[in-house]
Write a protein that binds this ligand. Structure first.
Ligand code: SAM
Length: 285
């Protein structure tokens, strides 16, 4: 067995969970792209891409950030869009076909073990994915390795749970309703890299220079409770299977609890649930 195959049960579990929600991501692709366009734009600003650049997108999901990068690097450039979940890569492939984006390649890659030669890419981007690495320091070292000298990285992760009610409310409600921690202790989750000094420490430790960290507001705006419920129960890796398997009365109780918790975020147009990401931009020495 190669080193790559021997990834251990925890990594297998995390990767399988994400593969299982790929269909939900495909169904929510418009919502995901619209909401994520602001942070994707800031990531691209940080990368300062040039026509002809070679770019790697890690943990691409539907590939929205990579597709935006592909438009910037033009026909002489190339973006490799990758994810550890093969079904998610398939969603990204379909999306590029649908949008007629041709200067892209796709690959199944684990951010913790990027099967690419040293010094391959001018830039690496990863939106909302690094925190699911079991060992994010190892992932950052891998990103550093595959960058060309002077190459740039832009990575975003979710800030602390209390700054992200758009997702934290659901995780809290599931935990209260079922009496379990979501995600379970020891399993990397959406808020695993919310500690800013720990995060910059990992980035520094991987050898990056010129490290900047910026808070980026990214609220979830919905017409109503049902839109938000439909979104979260389709895309949230830690939540989808739990909610799907609930007994009808437990599910209704959870929905009631959540309806109460979003009241404070209602406005004339629907609901706006706050969300904040941490955007890290850095350069390989
Ligand atoms: C919250 S989604 C973000 C998707 C996309 N980057 C976006 O911003 O829309 C997290 C993604 O990370 C991927 N992922 C989780 N663990 C990973 C790993 N070890 N290596 C690569 N991708 C991973 C999942 O499959 C999923 O597509």
């Amino acid at each position: 067995m190669s080193e790559h195959e021997d990834i251990g049960p925890l990594r297998n579990q995390v990767h399988a969970v994400w593969n299982s929600v790929a269909a939900g991501w495909a169904a929510q692709v418009d919502d995901i792209e619209e909401r994520g366009s602001g942070v994707a734009g800031l990531m691209l600003d940080g990368l300062a891409l040039s026509p002809g650049d070679r770019v790697l997108e890690l943990a691409c999901g539907t590939g929205a950030a990579g597709i935006a990068a592909a438009r910037q690097v033009g026909p002489d450039g190339m973006v490799t869009m990758s994810d550890v979940a093969p079904d998610m890569v398939e969603v990204a492939v379909n999306r590029t076909r649908q949008l007629g984006v041709t200067n892209v390649a796709t690959a199944v890659l684990d951010i913790e073990q990027i099967e690419m030669p040293d010094g391959t890419f001018d830039a690496v981007l990863c939106r909302e994915g690094l925190m699911f690495a079991v060992d994010p320091g190892r992932a950052l070292t891998e990103i550093h390795r595959v960058l060309k000298p002077g190459g740039r990285m832009a990575v975003s992760v979710w800030a602390a749970r209390d700054r992200n009610p758009w997702l934290g409310l659901m995780l809290d409600a599931v935990a209260t309703e079922l009496g379990i921690e979501v995600p379970p202790p020891g399993v990397p989750g959406p808020f695993s890299l919310a500690d800013k000094s720990a995060l910059t420490g990992l980035v520094d430790g991987a050898g990056f220079l010129d490290v900047t960290l910026t808070d980026v507001d990214n609220p979830y705006v919905a017409e109503d409770f049902e839109q938000w419920w439909g979104h979260i129960t389709a895309i949230s890796g830690p939540v989808v299977a739990i909610v799907k398997n609930l007994a009808p009365e437990v599910r209704e109780s959870l929905r009631g609890r959540l309806r109460d918790s979003v009241v404070e975020y209602q406005n004339a147009d629907g609901i706006e649930l706050p969300g904040v990401e941490l955007l890290v931009v850095a350069r390989r020495r």
